[in-house]
Design a protein. Sequence first.
Length: 421
Amino acid sequence: MAEITITDGALAVPENPTVPFIEGDGVGPEVTASMRAVVDTAVDNAYGGSRRIEWTEVLAGGKACDRTGSWLPDETLEAFRRYLVGIKGPLMTPVGGGMRSLNVALRQTLDLYVCLRPVRWFTGVASPLKQPQKVDMVIFRENTEDIYAGIEWMAGTPEAEKFYRFLSGEMGVKKVRFPESSSFGVKPVSEEGTRRLVRSALQYAVENKLPSLTLVHKGNIMKFTEGGFRNWGYETAETEFPGQCYTMRTYEKTATESGREAAEAALSAARAAGKVIVNDVIADAFLQNTLLTPEKYSVIATLNLNGDYISDQLAAMVGGIGIAPGANINYTTGHAVFEATHGTAPDIAGTDAANPCSLILSAVMMLQYMGWTEAADAITRAICSSFAEGKATGDLARFMDNGHALSTSAFTAQLVNSISK
């Protein structure tokens, strides 16, 4: 089995890399089979058979629990550690105890600190927006901190009572309105966690010659956590990318010291030089702005909870989460797990009706990450062509002009045939 390796931040990908995959629960087996068929065709067609992916299945979720008694076996984590790059279908989360989320467990165990969610519109896909083509953003969501760290205690437990005694007695906190019936959670946001996320987002913006990076936060209320994220984000841009970025914090400083006209001239010069303009927006204003003026935004860096909301709203704006890809990446170690962003949809499991596009587009991201861009582009072209002709699975086709609803297998065959031409 050939392993992908990383040296000084650069991936070394063999001609036949081993890629572990988790089939997933519910519709997982169907969308995973579709993804593999499409990827294998694209790789074979793009490289004339000289490259191929050696798929190896690893277990997680309900299938893992049934076979091993564990929702997330150690062998699965070890496979992702060893081979660096993997992909997964949707996973069910244990009900009534156990892990809060298998997805979160994977992200935290492998320290996959970036949740990468590109959002774009495909011609032919129905959208609630009048001009969905203006939506073209890439979200860098911090993946390991914020309230998703899972540090919380249930109301009425000894731990919650102890925590409140500490807040009240040691820290002098008097603002808990109903302490006896309150649950408590802790929201860690670190300088290191912020800097590595923003650094990754800025590097992406610079390498792809994108015009802006927006720090989305709620720092007007949470001044030391989300406000810290904003400030550390600006500091990262100013100290680590001084020749490649221009921050709106610098703009305001220039306006104060030299006047608004001088600040505007500096901003115009930065844009003309192709520098990434780094700005920030309060989270609730950002959600409104994405509906009104989505063309103003390009790369987004935000915290975990904000990113969860933002990713799903933007996906809905371009056709839904069924065509929303996602990746969880540690750019330092090279570890990356690409995933379907939707749920297991047990109500349609086994009916050949599931939309495989989220996982297929996540596989496109995986191929791009591996440097196999020719295969990735071939898949994207096939999807664009199919949607433009109104050919899609039923969840999308029913809203399309002249839509032709296809089963999962028929849609997969449509893409395979398109790529093979």
